[in-house]
Design a protein around this ligand. Sequence first.
Ligand SMILES: NC(=O)C1=CN([C@@H]2O[C@H](COP(=O)(O)OP(=O)(O)OC[C@H]3O[C@@H](n4cnc5c(N)ncnc54)[C@H](OP(=O)(O)O)[C@@H]3O)[C@@H](O)[C@H]2O)C=CC1
Ligand SMILES: N[C@@H](CC=O)C(=O)O
Length: 796
Amino acid sequence: MTTQALTTAHWAGLAQVHKFGGTSLADAGRFRAVAAIVQQHCATPEQCWLVVSAPGKTTDQLCQLLDMAARGEALEPVLAEVQHSLTTLVQQSLTEPEQSDVLAQLQQWLALLPELAQAGRAADVLALGESVSALLLSRLLRQLGLAADWLDSRQFLTVDGQQVRWDQSEQDLQALCQPGIRVVTGFIGRDLAGNSLTLGRNGSDYSATILGRLVQAEQVTIWTDVDAIYSGDPRRLPAAVPYQQVSWRQACLLAELGNPVLHARTLSPLHNSQTKLLVRSSFEPERSGCHILPDADCLASFVTDLHDMVLLSMHQLHGLNASWLANALHQPVIALPQSCDAHVWLLPARVADEAVQLLARHQVHAVHDTSRYYAVAWLKPAQVQQADLPADVAACVKRLAPAHRYQNHELAIWLFDQELSAVNLAQLHQCCTQPRPEIQLIVAGTGNVGAEFLRLLPGHQQRCHSHALRLAVLFNSRQMVFEPDNGLELAQQMQQGRPLDQKALLAEIAQLKGPKVLIDLTPSQQLAEQYPAFIEAGCHLISANKQGVTLPEAEYQAILDRLDQQQLHWYSTTTAGAGLPVQRALQELHSAGDQVRRISGIFSGTLSWLLCQYDGSSAFSDLLLQARELGYTEPDPREDLSGRDVQRKLLVLARTMGCSLELDDIALEPLLPESLAGDSWQAFWQQRAEFDALMQAAWQQAQQQGLQLRYVGELSLTEAGVQARVRLVQVPASDPLAAILPCDNVFVIESDWYQELPLVIKGPGAGRTVTAGGVHADLAQLCQQLPAAAYSSRLS
Ligand SMILES: NC(=O)C1=CN([C@@H]2O[C@H](COP(=O)(O)OP(=O)(O)OC[C@H]3O[C@@H](n4cnc5c(N)ncnc54)[C@H](OP(=O)(O)O)[C@@H]3O)[C@@H](O)[C@H]2O)C=CC1
Ligand SMILES: N[C@@H](CC=O)C(=O)O
């Protein structure tokens, strides 16, 4: 292959650029370690470009030399130091004949240093460090049998002010292309007149991405001393999370915040290019490092703190922006989300005056605040990219009481009057960065209770510290929607769905990762009978639907067994007493060792409301319509009138107490006789007058005796067995069941511990909000039951 045959286009999409910084090249041992990495990663040498910084402390020594020259001091001591350290490095790294060769070249370069330093040619002086690294590494690679040579970047990299001259640089590089590994000096280039220049702080990383763009590299790898990009400074935040993937956008924001791993300038040449960027540790080359991916989800979350910062305010920017100033100052300059007309930037106090002067030269009048702040910035992950802070973060920040807060959907910045203690910073970092494991919610039913459950969901999502509650599936009797769009109204969401197909639904649910829960807010027996299939697909169950918990004993027990086998949970608080914690109380008494003997009371919110409201002045059925409007009744209100709903609740309570019972074991005296119920709701409605007359007669009879009508249930556990019934009764005004508010439920629990005075749970026993609230309480219980640790590997 001839020199002319190779052009940068030849490598397009194939070339690899590897950059090694000063700490990676600190001594002979490190040079050998780098050579081993190159051996491993440059299997095709002609596609391999290496960019190197000066070895270890060489740049510091050369800066010292320049300072001394500027002060007119004798240079010999520092020159001797530089000579000694570099000569030793070469001697320890190379064997003959390369060693003598490189030492001879080193002597020539060292001989030029005093004159260059005294002439103030700083870039030429500093270039010595990178040149030695490039020459030395190329020779070391040759000793290992690799075709390698070094290249002085001043031969091709032309920079005009802050701008790389891309066309010219590419053209000049093409002329220099030859086979084999090319070890290129980082940090230096030339200006339009051909004079040496340096690329400033972290210039070698910048050189690497410039070269990556010039050769259209497949990948640029920055080999440094960290194996990942961490969620915070690991030296001060031991719990900092290492990320193996960071999105391009997040990397840019991190750079703006002054993150030491990647700088804004380093990223800029590869913006919108196909070239991949990877950060790896040359000290732990076996680790995979961190990829900066253009299309990665921003799952990573970062907390950065900045000391001694001030605020700079401007009304007009005349086209300038914070990145421009950051570039000019080589310091982080953060444009804070605007709160009024003024632009407010945050920057280190030590460069504030310089910033004001620089801006003034561009006709921008800026003033900086005299207050100095300690700033903490949070770069939010995609899951919480919204204007409001998640509740746990908000609570943590509130406690820390920052002097100022700024935020947009990507970034939150808090300014404090003084530095946070290590403990407080660690807590804030933990709140912001420890991802909550997701629970996939599969919500069945979009009616009364379903719609209210969904209305309350965002609040619960905000409040839930332990888990991210993700609405994964929504379905009703007609449609199913996967990944519903939270921004849409419920009806619109459902319109976007597909026709309900049980098989497809279960298949999709089985694919969902992590814990999942079917939240059954339907009245459907058919759905309850499918619980085993949902359990098979890995679902916990939360039921407001009473059909499942009142299935025939064998089926009910089979569901419990399946749940048990798969270590899944079933909550059904709202199947008796809506949001009232009746089942919980019974379970707690039982687990504490009490024995419940009797439970009685009013268990229907609808019947409680109707019987409290009814005064004979209007038809009972008219009131029934009102109760339906209020969201108290069952979807088919005849379930309430028949007493069947109360019968189900009593069975739920009996089963909670460990009794083995069937629905029909509970004696039922209906309010609505079967003969008047009709085959359908419409049939009943047509003949409702008969029922109204019946109710009026019952009410009048009670009235005449100064009594009130109540529909009650009672269950007794005796030596002889279980006795249970539901029925309409007349109670005197003095009876505790008379003194209730419309819709109240009353659960009177008598036990070994509550004999003389029973335990009474009383309150609204029906309604959209209390019921949906009870379902959320079940969901909160489920979250508490789930072992969070089992899912915490999500972001690794
Ligand atoms: N109201 C209350 O105070 C309380 C209610 N409950 C219980 O809550 C449940 C819901 O009540 P409510 O919201 O008033 O009822 P609604 O009639 O208002 O809504 C029922 C929902 O279930 C859907 N649905 C029916 N069958 C199926 C099925 N096979 N598969 C999927 N979805 C189905 C319906 O679909 P579609 O929209 O297509 O018709 C509808 O969206 C009932 O079981 C009730 O007993 C429990 C405690 C208190
Ligand atoms: N229709 C029921 C609703 C709650 O379960 C009632 O009124 O109690």
